[in-house]
Ligand binder design. Structure first.
Ligand SMILES: [Zn+2]
Length: 107
């Protein structure tokens, strides 16, 4: 996959934003529409790279809102599983915990 193109302008809700004189538009949506035309009703843009500020249209996919929500739920579940795994890992590795504390204490 190509590199992310990070939006450096204003931001709204974690996304790049463009003021069109009346309202804030999401920069990644404008970028996609410039290339492919208007986003169909009921559809939303999903970042395949999961970088909200990315305006590289190669990293975007038009999905239904339902699909996007499903993906977000999946990501949240994955994150929760990972957090639980890490908590468990730290519990089972007291020596790593001690080394980490040591590093923190001494920079
Ligand atoms: Zn990207």
């Amino acid at each position: 996959m190509s590199e992310c193109v990070i939006w450096t302008g204003p931001r709204q809700g974690g996304y790049g934003a463009v003021w069109n004189g009346r309202t804030w538009k999401r920069a990644h949506r404008l970028a996609w529409e410039k290339e492919h035309g208007p986003i169909p009703a009921g559809m939303t843009i999903d970042h395949l790279c999961c970088v909200k500020l990315c305006v590289n249209t190669d990293h975007m996919e038009v999905v239904t809102r339902a699909e996007n929500t499903r993906r977000q739920v999946r990501t949240a579940e994955r994150n929760a599983r990972h957090a639980a795994f890490m908590r468990d890992w730290w519990r089972r590795h007291p020596e790593a915990r001690a080394a980490f504390k040591e590093r923190m204490a001494h920079g």
